[in-house]
Design a protein around this ligand. Sequence first.
Ligand code: MF3
Ligand code: CO
Length: 256
Amino acid sequence: MVDIKSKREIEQMREACRVTALVHKEIEKVIKPGITTLELDKIAEKVIRENGGIPAEKGYPSYQKGVPDFPGSICVSINDEVIHGIPSGRTKINDGDIVSVDLVVEKNGFHGDAARTYLVGEVSNEAKRLVEITKQAFFEGIKYARAGNRLGDVCHAIGAFVEKNGYSVVREFQGHGIGRSMHEDPGIPNYGKPGKGIKLEPGMTLAIEPMVIQGNPDILELDDGWTIITEDGSLAAHYENTILITEKEPEILTII
Ligand code: MF3
Ligand code: CO
């Protein structure tokens, strides 16, 4: 069942998403060669808490038995890491890295979710293009994120754009509805069929998140039970915003 947010709930969503965007602004400022992913994590957590939020990824349970809850306040995934990288004091960011930071803020019982892939120092043109296409894929998708359209219209637009540009979309992970829970219905794959899926309605809040691989689409999970990497070692990028479906254009809640 897809939850339709009331006016009041939408205002709460706006606030959680505003804090999410603020954190990304701060990360963008401080991310430099030499900083560790744990330092980024601590900075993010501080900004979240100073703004009355809770880092919702911290303590998030794994669906796999024997895998500890997610330990970080943010996910940090470097180069061939796709998503769910665990912050560590031993992982330094290097000049030329592309670094995906995915974070979820809970505030007053509502969640905001956004991911960016940051270019650190002198990045290759190939990596820059991957990051740019991943971001553009989100914007291609949300052209269709309008009341009356079908969810498959959005999913298809994302996948088709990515593949037209010679890249692959990750199939095992997807976007999602969001609100009182980090993950709500519907699931939002980065591929699909136009005209299929649920009908979009005003008041739906959705996290749309292309995860794009330079090479083949296959992925592997590291022994930590969380970090997802590309099987072929090629680069990956991630771009995500929480949006609100309205009568007209969608509103992007995690850009301020
Ligand atoms: N932010 C991710 C998403 O977009 C979820 C992260 S999993 C967690 O759905 F364990 F880190 F929380
Ligand atoms: Co998400």
